[in-house]
Design a protein around this ligand. Structure first.
Ligand code: GDP
Length: 412
C-alpha cells in the first residue's frame, strides 16, 4: 500500500539450505502469490524464484522488478535471488542495494563455506541488519538443544565480523512445514522470540540520503520535441531542484536545470529514489551518455584516474593477476579497468590479512587491489557516498567479483 516505508531484503546462505522455499512461503503467507498458483512437490516454490530470475536477467543496471511483499509495517522488495550468485551484482549496482538480510542456515548441515562467505559479504556490502533463520527444524524434531548449539556457533561467527548477536533474532524455522514464518509454531513451544514476519517488522527503514551530495547516474539520453535533450536517471543521493547548476562527469558538460519530470509530471525538485527525466540548458544529446553522472557544479562527481578497492572473487575459472582487465559495472557505467596491484589477500570469512602482494587471486578470495579505468569513470569512496562506491566485475558473461571503492586518485 502507499505510504509504507520500503526495505530491500536479501536472503542469503549456503546452497540448498532452504532460501527459495522460505522466500516462497513468505510470499505466499503475505498474500503476494495465491496458493493455487503453486504446483505440488519439492519444487513447489521454484516458479517464484524462476520468475525472479527471468526478471533479473532482463535488466542489468536498469530498474529491476523484484518480488515485493508487505508486512503490517513495511513494503519489502527481495533483492536476492537465492541460489544465484549474480545477486551480489544486483545488490551492489543500480537500485537494489540490500538494507537488511535473512541468513538461512539448515540445522542438519550447520555452518558451511557459503554461510561464512555470505556473512562476510553482507558486512562488506554494508548490510547492518540481520536475522538468522535456522531452517529444517523438522529434520531434528524441533530439538531445542540442537537449535541452541547452532545458535551459539553462529553467534560466535557473526561476532568475528562485528555483528552483535544480542541484536540478531535467531529463529527456528521449517520453511517446508511453514513453522514460525508468520506466527509462532506449536512445534517450538520453547522458542520465545518472534516469528520471521514479525521479526522483519523490527528492522529499521533506511533514511533517504538527502544530505549527501547530489548524484544522478544517467541511464539514457533522449531528444524530445519541444523540450530538447532529456537525460534520464535515478536520483541516488542528494536533492535536485529547478535552476540548480549541474555538471555531468566525466563529460564535463554543465548547465542550469530547466525542468524536472517524473511519471509525466513536472516537478520543482526530486529526491533519492526518484526516477526522473530532466533538461539542462546548453547540454545536447551528443554531449552526454549512459554512465555519466550528474551532480551539482560546486560538488561535482569524482572522476577516478585510479582507485583502490576491496573485492571478493565469487567465481573465476582461472586466476586474477596484475594486468587483468575485466569490465567494472558501477552505477550505470561499464568501464574496463586494469588490475595494477594486488595489495593483500584476506580471509573471506573474517577479513584478516592472509598474504601481502599475492601473485594471484582466485575464487573465494577477498582482497584489496588497485585498479586503473581504461577511460574516465565516475566512482566515489564508499565512506563518502556508499551508493556510488560499489561495483560488480563481469567477464565471460558472468559476475566474477564484487567490491567497493575505498580510495581514489582523482583525474581532475
Ligand atoms: P536454496 O538452495 O537455499 O534456495 O534451497 P531450496 O529452497 O531450494 O531447498 C533445498 C532443499 O531443501 C529442497 O529439496 C527443499 O525442499 C528442502 N527444504 C527447504 N526447506 C526445508 C525445511 O524446512 N525442511 C526440510 N525437511 N526440507 C527443506
Amino acid at each position: 500500500a502507499k505510504g509504507k516505508e520500503h526495505i530491500n531484503l536479501a536472503f542469503i546462505g549456503h546452497v540448498d539450505h532452504g532460501k527459495s522455499t522460505l522466500v516462497g512461503h513468505v510470499l505466499l503467507q503475505s498474500g503476494a502469490i495465491a496458493e493455487q498458483q503453486l504446483s505440488d512437490g519439492e519444487n513447489k516454490f521454484r516458479f517464484v524464484m524462476d520468475k525472479l530470475t527471468e526478471e533479473r536477467e532482463r535488466g542489468v543496471t536498469i530498474d529491476l522488478a523484484h518480488a515485493k511483499f508487505e508486512t503490517p509495517k513495511y513494503e519489502f522488495t527481495i533483492v536476492d535471488c537465492p541460489g544465484h550468485r549474480d545477486f551480489v551484482k544486483n545488490m551492489i549496482t543500480g537500485a537494489s542495494q540490500a538494507d537488511a538480510a535473512v541468513l538461512v542456515v539448515a540445522i542438519d548441515d550447520g555452518i558451511m563455506p557459503q554461510t561464512k562467505e555470505h556473512i562476510f559479504l553482507a558486512r562488506t556490502l554494508g548490510i547492518n541488519q540481520l536475522i538468522i533463520g535456522i531452517n529444517k527444524m523438522d529434520l531434528v524434531k524441533y530439538d531445542e538443544a540442537k537449535f541452541n548449539a547452532l545458535k551459539d556457533e553462529l553467534g560466535a561467527l557473526i561476532k568475528t565480523v562485528a555483528y552483535d548477536p544480542a541484536k540478531v533474532h535467531f529463529i527456528p524455522l521449517s520453511a517446508f512445514e511453514g513453522d514460525n514464518i508468520k506466527e509462532n509454531s506449536a512445534n517450538t513451544p520453547w522458542y520465545k522470540g518472534p516469528a520471521l514476519v514479525p521479526a522483519l517488522d523490527e528492522f529499521s527503514a533506511p533514511e533517504k540520503p538527502t544530505n549527501l551530495p547530489l548524484r544522478v547516474p544517467i541511464q539514457d539520453v533522449y531528444s524530445i520535441t519541444g523540450v530538447g535533450t532529456v537525460p534520464v536517471g535515478r536520483i541516488e543521493t542528494g536533492i535536485m531542484k529547478k535552476a540548480d547548476n549541474v555538471i555531468f562527469e566525466p563529460a564535463g558538460k554543465a548547465g542550469e536545470v530547466k525542468s524536472i519530470e517524473m511519471h509525466h509530471e513536472m516537478m520543482d525538485s526530486a529526491e533519492p529514489g526518484d526516477n526522473v527525466g530532466f533538461n539542462v540548458r546548453g547540454v545536447g544529446k551528443n554531449d552526454i551518455r549512459r554512465g555519466d553522472v550528474a551532480g551539482h557544479t560546486d560538488n561535482a562527481p569524482t572522476v577516478a584516474k585510479e582507485f583502490t578497492a576491496q573485492i571478493v572473487v565469487m567465481q573465476h575459472p582461472g586466476v586474477i593477476t596484475v594486468g587483468y582487465t575485466p569490465v567494472f559495472h558501477c552505477h550505470t557505467a561499464q568501464v574496463a579497468c586494469t588490475f595494477l596491484e594486488l595489495v593483500q589477500k584476506m580471509n573471506p570469512a573474517t577479513g584478516a590479512v592472509e598474504e601481502k602482494n599475492p601473485d594471484f587471486l582466485k575464487t573465494g578470495n577477498a582482497a584489496i587491489v588497485k585498479v586503473k579505468p581504461t577511460k574516465p569513470m565516475v566512482i566515489e569512496n564508499v565512506k563518502e557516498i556508499p551508493h556510488m562506491g560499489r561495483f560488480a566485475i563481469r567477464d565471460m558473461g558472468q559476475t566474477v567479483a564484487a567490491g567497493m571503492c575505498i580510495d581514489i586518485v582523482k583525474a581532475k
